[in-house]
Design a protein. Structure first.
Length: 132
C-alpha cells in the first residue's frame, strides 16, 4: 500500500497533470507549467522500519529527474522537495507531544517543519520560473 500511494500515486498525478500542462499555451518564456513532487529525506536516509516508504520516496526522486528531462522540451519544469520531519495531523498527536518525541532529532532548527514553511517553498519554486 505504501508504494502504491507514495510512488504510483505520484507517478499517475504527474503524468495526468503534465499532459494537461503540455497542451497549455506557452508563456512568453516558453514555459507551460511546473510539477513539484514531494520526496522525503527518507529517500536518502531511510530509517529502521521505513523500507517501503524509503523505496517509494527514492522512486519519486528518480521519477522527478527522468520526468524533468522528458518534459523540458515541452516547457514543463519538474522538481522535487525532500523534506525532513514536518508536523502534520498524520501524527495524531498534539504538536508539543510530537515535537518532544520526534522534533528533537532534527539537526537544526531543533523542531519539526511546519506546513506553512513547505507551502512557502513551493510558492517560491513556482514563482522562480517567472523570475528573469
Amino acid at each position: 500500500m505504501t508504494i502504491e500511494v507514495f510512488l504510483t500515486g505520484t507517478f499517475n498525478l504527474l503524468r495526468l497533470a503534465a499532459a494537461t500542462m503540455a497542451a497549455n499555451d506557452e508563456l512568453d518564456d516558453g514555459t507551460r507549467g511546473v510539477v513539484i513532487n514531494t520526496a522525503s529525506i527518507a529517500a536518502y536516509e531511510g530509517q529502521v522500519g521505513q523500507a517501503a516508504y524509503a523505496a517509494a520516496k527514492a522512486g519519486v526522486v528518480g521519477l522527478t529527474l527522468a520526468a524533468a528531462r522528458d518534459l523540458a522540451p515541452v516547457g514543463v519544469r519538474v522538481m522535487s522537495i525532500a523534506p525532513g520531519t514536518f508536523f502534520t495531523p498524520a501524527f495524531r498527536l498534539p504538536e508539543d507531544e510530537a515535537q518532544a518525541r520526534w522534533g528533537t532529532g532534527v539537526p537544526f532548527p531543533k523542531r519539526m517543519g511546519r506546513p506553512s514553511e513547505y507551502a512557502a517553498l513551493v510558492e517560491w519554486i513556482h514563482q522562480a520560473g517567472a523570475i528573469r
